[in-house]
Design a protein around this ligand. Structure first.
Ligand code: RB5
Length: 147
């Protein structure tokens, strides 16, 4: 899968740890910054990354800030984005199966590297279930298109 990835300084270390891990699973990563631990503003990285996913330049996205909260809020302002903040692999599985989330958000100051790897592995390998969940996602996306 082609995955666009971005973080602020609070997620930089975890982004650097996840890049080789996800590549080792066979994914193609597009690193959209940030490029160091210096303080930056998460919307400056989360929004362009979400726009790249919304334009179809990547099949899915991964965003990381200190908590995962700010960068997921920013991403979810972009039309077409369903970004889910996950703190465990069950949330990662269910946000794919039920919500067809197209971006994963993680908190670099909240979870450790091994847990983050598990969450990301599950997220990027789980399919949307469809069925009754499709109707619910469609209602969100109808609202999104018409706002
Ligand atoms: C940056 O200090 C921090 O506020 C940011 O990484 C994130 O946690 C915001 O939600």
């Amino acid at each position: 899968m082609k995955i666009a990835i971005a973080s602020d300084h609070g997620g930089y270390a975890l982004k650097q740890e996840l890049l080789p891990y996800l590549a080792s699973l066979g994914h193609t990563l597009v690193d959209m910054g940030c490029s160091g631990p210096e303080s930056v503003d998460y919307p400056d990285y989360g929004i362009p990354c979400a726009e790249a996913v919304a334009r179809g330049e990547a099949e899915a996205g991964l965003l990381i800030c200190g908590t995962g909260i700010g960068i997921s809020i920013a991403a979810n302002k972009v039309k077409g984005i369903r970004c889910a903040l996950c703190t465990d692999p069950v949330m990662a599985r269910l946000c794919r199966e039920h919500n067809d989330a197209n971006m994963l958000a993680l908190g670099g100051r909240i979870i450790g590297g091994e847990l983050a790897k598990d969450i990301a592995r599950v997220f990027f390998s789980t399919d949307f279930t469809g069925g009754r969940h499709q109707r619910r996602v469609d209602k969100i996306m109808d609202y999104d298109r018409n706002r």
